[in-house]
Design a protein around this ligand. Sequence first.
Ligand SMILES: [Zn+2]
Length: 348
Amino acid sequence: MESMILRVGIARDKRFLEHKTGHFHPEHPKRLDAIYRMIDQYFRDRLVVIPAKPATLEQIKRVHSPAYVRRILRTAEQPITSLAPDTPISAESCFTAWLAAGACIKGVDALMEKTCDAFFALVRPPGHHALPDRAAGFCIFNNIAIAARYAMDRYCLDRILVIDWDIHHGNGIHDIFYKTSNVLYLSTHDPMMYPYSGALEETGADDGLGYTVNVPILREFTDDDMLAVYRDILGPLIKGYLPQLIMVAAGFDAHVGDPIGRSRLTDAFYGGVTRLLMEFRAASDHPPLFFSLEGGYDQRALAGSIQAILAALTEDAPPLPPVSPGPEAADLIRRVKTIHAPYGVFHD
Ligand SMILES: [Zn+2]
């Protein structure tokens, strides 16, 4: 069997710790501390660090409105600003948000120039809730949307798959690309949690009809249930869509150890789903893999899950053992396929 070890790039930078949210806020700099320590311990010298540099104003404005960008720039003048009730920021946050979006753009360059096959932006603040004119859910700029738009502009890509396995629905990415087929958005999320969006029946509009796949999961789902969901939904989608780039809004708050999510996934799920992704990728045209950190608020769960992902990407491993989903997961997979059958994006 062909070896599937990938060259992996990462973005890591101490400046991502300078975005301060207050002592009791879950989206805390210590999250990245834990991840960077794990990398030093297990992956030193095995990953290529892609230096981050801030995005340009034009790159940010491809997703965010000029008035919103001006508002964010003004926050650098005061010690604390509340962008939304759950999104307090510090004077340094404006630059850090700019740097996080820019790190994602540099990651796209590294993948397209084939410096690496996979890239993980280990950045703060997260991005998937950010809307064109509004901060929300700890997010300032929509890092993945900005990087996807850049990949379309700079490299003329017109089939980008965005997978979002954060426990919260990524309403920002969802809304920004709802009417285009250039981005296929697949989200698994708990519909009973913030932002309470992402219904199964919302499948895209206009040219994007069929290119939004919302998969509302049950918080009781086990690793096997979720791996079956990804095996049976993501596999046929990659075969049908043939993405030129696969991006993952990688949140880890569906982990059993997370203080905010109420789900029960373990580190093994994140390693398993990464191996599924690599198998599907090898069976299509080897599109590059991009990951960007979204949520996940338990330091041990974050470090362990990301360790499992990086191990899956950089080490040869036997194929995944078969997974056996429970009846609820099997039923959900059937319902997703039935709703999407008319659009023909799934390939069976
Ligand atoms: Zn989340």
